[in-house]
Design a protein around this ligand. Structure first.
Ligand SMILES: NC(=O)c1ccc[n+]([C@@H]2O[C@H](COP(=O)([O-])OP(=O)(O)OC[C@H]3O[C@@H](n4cnc5c(N)ncnc54)[C@H](O)[C@@H]3O)[C@@H](O)[C@H]2O)c1
Length: 259
């Protein structure tokens, strides 16, 4: 059974990593996928490999969303997946004491403004049919504090909350437009490369990063894509305003032992 047969699905930040895996899974499920990314070269290559359409879209730029709305005026599913840690060009201080206002704003601009604009586009593109599924990529970091990644954690927490506002607003309007957030943790994608490095201690660093994860391993992008496919499908018709953790059990407990 193809769960997304002929549904028009827009996925942001889908040139690689989780977004690409979601686009691939949606294609398998019979969807008409519009793969978008700020990186035109990698995005077009990914779309060609998956056999779907590519549109260049910087999620933080309103004019890009307006252009997308003219080119793709209706959508059944929008996945606001694009996101940055702020460490893409190398590790910098992002703790609450040393993060610069510029760095703080840069992360929020893409993660939070991008998701806000994506939800606004999605509502416009789904309103005529009065139905649809909006999926926002938050993070485990949106639910707990992260001392070394203050802007990332704050932006992801705001995405979690905004998803609930969008869900309630759409329900209030009498639309069957659902909005939910996914909260992954430690999914092995290129996002981790600046933090893992390629030195001889890479393996040790990887093991240390998942030492507190009950399932003791990194997750796969495909494991997030499976949950996105479920939320996108009509099987999730009664699920809105909720949050789904894909984190190997990390948020189920605390690494700090009692006593
Ligand atoms: N990998 C993880 O462990 C993890 C954990 C929690 C949450 N997430 C979230 O999942 C999402 C995808 O993460 P990933 O690991 O695949 O990251 P990634 O860095 O591998 O891929 C991110 C993609 O987003 C694109 N992008 C960056 N800025 C953009 C912009 N302004 N407009 C459009 N596209 C843009 C990049 O070009 C890239 O293709 C992000 O929102 C991330 O915060 C990831």
């Amino acid at each position: 059974m193809q769960r997304l047969n002929n549904k028009i699905c827009v996925v942001t930040g889908a040139a690689r990593g989780i977004g690409r895996a979601i686009a691939a899974r949606f294609v398998q499920e019979g969807a008409i996928v519009v793969l978008t990314d700020v990186d035109a070269e990698a995005g077009a290559a990914a779309a060609a490999a998956l056999g779907c359409r590519f549109e260049r879209l910087d999620v933080a730029v309103e004019a890009d969303w307006i252009r997308l709305a003219t080119r793709i005026p209706t959508a059944d599913v929008v996945v606001n997946n694009a996101g940055v840690t702020g460490f893409e060009s190398g590790m910098v201080s992002h703790d609450p004491e040393h993060a610069t206002l510029e760095d703080w704003r840069a992360v929020h601009r893409i993660n939070l403004d991008g998701t806000f604009l994506g939800c606004r586009y999605a509502i416009g593109a789904m309103k005529a049919a009065g139905a649809g599924s909006i999926i926002n990529m938050s993070s485990r970091s949106g639910m707990v504090g992260i001392p070394g990644a203050a802007a990332y954690a704050s932006s992801k927490a705001a995405i979690r909350n905004h998803s609930k506002t969008v869900a309630l607003y759409c329900a209030q309007q009498g639309w069957k437009i659902r909005c939910n957030s996914i909260h992954p943790a430690a999914i092995l994608t290129p996002m981790w490369e600046p933090m893992l490095g390629d030195g001889p201690d890479r393996e040790a660093r990887m093991a240390a990063l998942v030492a507190d994860t009950p399932l003791r391993r990194f997750g796969l992008p495909e494991e997030v894509a499976a949950i996105a496919a479920m939320l996108a499908s009509d099987e999730a018709a009664y699920i809105t305003g909720t949050e789904l953790q894909v984190d190997g059990g990390l948020l189920a407990g605390s690494a700090a032992a009692p006593g």
